[in-house]
Design a protein around this ligand. Structure first.
Ligand code: MLT
Length: 254
């Protein structure tokens, strides 16, 4: 069964135990983590609180950087904010990034009993969808914003479900059973004929979501167009449940 949850509060850790789960925070945590790993960061450590993020970086020493946001802005004294454009090869290659964001890193917490945790964004759509189990047994947890459902996360969830359904129709995967949130998300994506959309269309659509509006308000609108670059990156971030570190998943198949 494919189960989509529009918010982390709509699912418990128990329900995700042993499952393959995709965590989505399109604007911007999962997009930024994909950018960091694509630029050669050694690992990203998702942490809940600012103080523990600083402490962890101090403990790791000179190869560690602090990154993340509160209210969308770089945290005082941190090396990096939460804009994917900051995570360049020059800045992050070989580094361990101690990372905290308001919603994205928290959404990961509910997946702590999962078997496999993958991070999704539009920028790594293809590489991620190739890793989803062909038997149609996987879940999606959308981060939302401050307990509210956000359109950008639901759109990506819908794109993943619709893509899997298309594969099943071609006989390349088992026909999936969907929970109602998965059906709603896929209907949203397909209903707007977004499967053939262009970069400008997706950018515009993301601008009209609550995550998009928040970024425009704080003057970080250019990150929306960055996050809308479908398949710009070939990396799939994977959060190891034992070490609680995010690394680039190795091969192109699960
Ligand atoms: C979050 O985790 O809340 C977001 O990534 C916020 C942001 O866009 O910086």
């Amino acid at each position: 069964m494919i189960q989509v949850y529009f918010l982390p509060s709509l699912v418990s850790a128990d329900q995700l135990a042993g499952r393959t789960v995709v965590v989505i925070d399109v604007l911007r945590a999962t997009t930024t983590i994909a950018a960091a790993l694509d630029s050669g960061a050694r690992e990203v450590l998702p942490l809940e609180h600012v103080a523990e993020t600083r402490q962890q970086a101090e403990k790791l020493g000179p190869h560690a950087l602090t990154g993340g946001e509160r209210r969308g802005m770089k945290i005082e004294g941190f090396d990096l904010g939460n804009s994917p454009t900051e995570y360049t090869r020059e800045r992050v290659a070989g580094k361990s990034i101690c990372f905290t964001t308001t919603n994205g890193t928290r959404a990961m917490q509910v997946c702590r009993q999962a078997q496999t945790i993958l991070l999704g964004a539009f920028v790594n759509f293809d590489s991620l969808s190739r890793r989803l189990p062909d038997d149609g047994n996987w879940d999606v947890v959308c981060a939302g914003t401050d307990g509210q459902i956000t359109g950008e996360d639901v759109l990506l969830a819908g794109a993943l479900v619709a893509d899997f359904q298309a594969k099943a129709e071609q006989g390349k995967a088992s026909p999936p059973v969907l929970n109602d949130q998965a059906t709603l998300a896929a209907d949203l994506w397909l209903g707007r004929k977004l499967q053939s959309l262009k970069h400008a269309d997706l950018t515009q659509l993301l601008k009209n979501t609550s995550g998009g509006r928040n970024l425009i308000e704080i003057g970080q609108e250019s990150d929306i167009a960055w996050a809308a670059q479908l398949n710009h990156l070939s990396v799939t971030p994977q959060l190891d449940c034992q070490t609680w570190k995010i690394i680039a998943a190795r091969s192109s198949s699960p």
